[in-house]
Design a protein around this ligand. Structure first.
Ligand code: FES
Ligand code: FES
Length: 150
């Protein structure tokens, strides 16, 4: 099926298998491999993107359902080769170790900060509750998101 979608401001048109998940479409068809696959079952959040302005786990949607929509992925955060303030805060606060969860964390945090630019620690923890990190213990991730908000 033909799918037309705008990702990070760029328009793409592809012929897609109806059963293909959005995460696999992004990674395999568009070569946007920043979004990760950790579980394929909606649990880990590594595949999180912003879909028509709303945070979404892209393993929970078919690519054909994205026809006519706008998607933001981690590749769209940096501008002109410069880390954006949230990415810089993750770097400054050592908010990652293996980095596998990081793209999804960044997208969840982006969605959170758009709605609530100055979240409390509790609000940050709630905002990233759909994202699992096996490495960091979350403390530095929370600190980075709060710092980016400031
Ligand atoms: S790969 Fe989508 S939630 Fe884990
Ligand atoms: S930094 Fe390794 S899973 Fe989060």
């Amino acid at each position: 099926m033909e799918v037309k979608v705008t990702v990070n401001g760029q328009s793409y048109e592809r012929d897609v298998e109806p059963r293909k998940l959005l995460i696999h479409f992004l990674r395999d068809d568009l070569d946007l491999t920043g979004s990760h696959v950790g579980c394929d079952t909606g649990n880990c959040g590594a595949c999180s993107v912003i879909f028509d302005g709303v945070l979404l786990k892209s393993c929970m949607m078919l690519a054909v359902q994205a026809d006519g929509s706008t998607v933001e992925t981690v590749e769209g955060l940096a501008q002109d080769g410069e880390l954006n303030p949230l990415q810089q805060a993750f770097s400054d606060h050592h908010a990652l170790q293996c980095g596998y969860c990081t793209p999804g964390m960044l997208m969840s945090a982006t969605a959170l900060l758009r709605e609530n630019p100055h979240p409390s620690e509790d609000e940050v923890r709630k905002g990233i509750q759909g994202n699992i990190c096996r490495c960091t213990g979350y403390v530095n991730i929370v600190a980075a998101i709060q710092a980016a908000g400031e």
